[in-house]
Design a protein around this ligand. Sequence first.
Ligand code: NAD
Ligand SMILES: O=C(O)C(=O)C[C@@H](O)[C@H](O)[C@H](O)COP(=O)(O)O
Ligand code: ZN
Length: 426
Amino acid sequence: MTIPSAESGAQQPASVGSAADCRARIEVRSIPGYPVTIGRFLPDAIVAAVADAGAGTVAIVHPAPLARMAESVKALLESGGSNVHLVQVPDGEDAKSLGVLAFLWDVFGQIGLDRTDLVIGLGGGSSTDLAGFAAATWLRGVRVLQLPTTLLAMVDAAVGGKTGINSGAGKNMVGSFHEPVAVIGDLAALDTLPEPELVAGLAEIIKCGFIADPQILTLIERALTDPGLGLDAVLDPAGPLLAELVQRAVRVKAEVVAADLKEASLREILNYGHTFGHAIEKREQYRWRHGEAISVGMVFAAALAAQAGRLDPEVVNRTRRLLAAVGLPTSYPATEQARAELIELMGSDKKTRSGVLRFVILTDRPDIDSSAPAGRGTGPLRTERLAGPSEAALAAAFDAIDSDTENPAAGRHPDGSTAGAERPSS
Ligand SMILES: NC(=O)c1ccc[n+]([C@@H]2O[C@H](COP(=O)([O-])OP(=O)(O)OC[C@H]3O[C@@H](n4cnc5c(N)ncnc54)[C@H](O)[C@@H]3O)[C@@H](O)[C@H]2O)c1
Ligand SMILES: O=C(O)C(=O)C[C@@H](O)[C@H](O)[C@H](O)COP(=O)(O)O
Ligand SMILES: [Zn+2]
């Protein structure tokens, strides 16, 4: 497989003109595989995917803010002869609980959802994670079609088959790998998405830039310094730039999950920034957006790599600069108590082995021998694992994200409030 990298060259530019004329179909080449369609105004793709599934009954799982969109999809599918049920679930992270999952099992039983039927996950990543896991567990597995409506879900959550809910032990602690029959990401859905949610989605796109497709970073950095473009162009769901960024991020994800669905090794790179990010989310009782927490997590991971002599500190600066420039947080108040709690929480990370913390890190060292003497990085960015970082290395990474340091975004949540602020309702 080819993961785009600085060496191999990134994927070909995916679009020109406006987003409207650049519908893309990206295949996830797992077995049996499935298509991810990205474009604007895709009702025909939804009708075709449901027709292909040949399902008699369809359960559309969605949160309240997506009720009107769910009604539209219902009407569309009913006109094609499907028997459609709308199933409303709590919004945001509240959906990812055992109680809500059990509610879905009850509803599926009441509507007689059988093994020939279909679950549709409509919404952001919290809805698609829940719907996917409900489908994975009902009757030991029924099919799911994912219709992501946030930027983050389009580029990440809806693709790749990771489904699940949270438990008392932490984020996504219960779940399964259950691939969708198709993913349809309609960029027009993003027209109503509040800007902080768009920005949160950019965090996962930028993650793909650092781990695999550096052209993503270049495109965003160039746009931000171009007076004719700026952040508005990056975030415009009708513009060509966001369409290209989405397609590039989906290509990275598609290639990685096709090669390693169950995260034996390679797939861990999609978890870049997540060891620390998930710990923030849990500590903040899920009041931070996922993308925001992962943003701080990427600065933490970059600082860890620099401290370990694997990465030029300039990459830490670039990481922080880029994330801050798009409006993502890059710091977190790292008091002594917070440090101890976050280290404890990171122990629940799924990459931990025998109690030893393992981080996905970036390296620009030309060698793969971590005992080699540190020098300035000269190579393209690659990913590797850092297991069992020393207390000193962790302390340095905490210092790098501590809001009391010189970091200009110190302690500020992107909404202007302090860390841990309530999410604005949309
Ligand atoms: N399975 C995976 O591989 C994977 C990958 C990344 C993230 N995730 C998970 O995804 C979740 C985060 O997803 P998210 O960032 O999409 O958050 P989310 O699902 O909580 O959605 C964010 C908010 O946007 C609203 N919304 C959704 N679509 C809208 C639209 N078109 N217009 C207006 N409002 C809209 C939602 O109702 C919600 O209030 C986390 O639980 C994270 O763990 C999973
Ligand atoms: O698809 C993956 O693999 C990822 O790690 C993508 C992440 O962005 C995503 O947040 C995922 O849900 C994290 O999974 P987890 O296994 O760390 O819970
Ligand atoms: Zn994520």
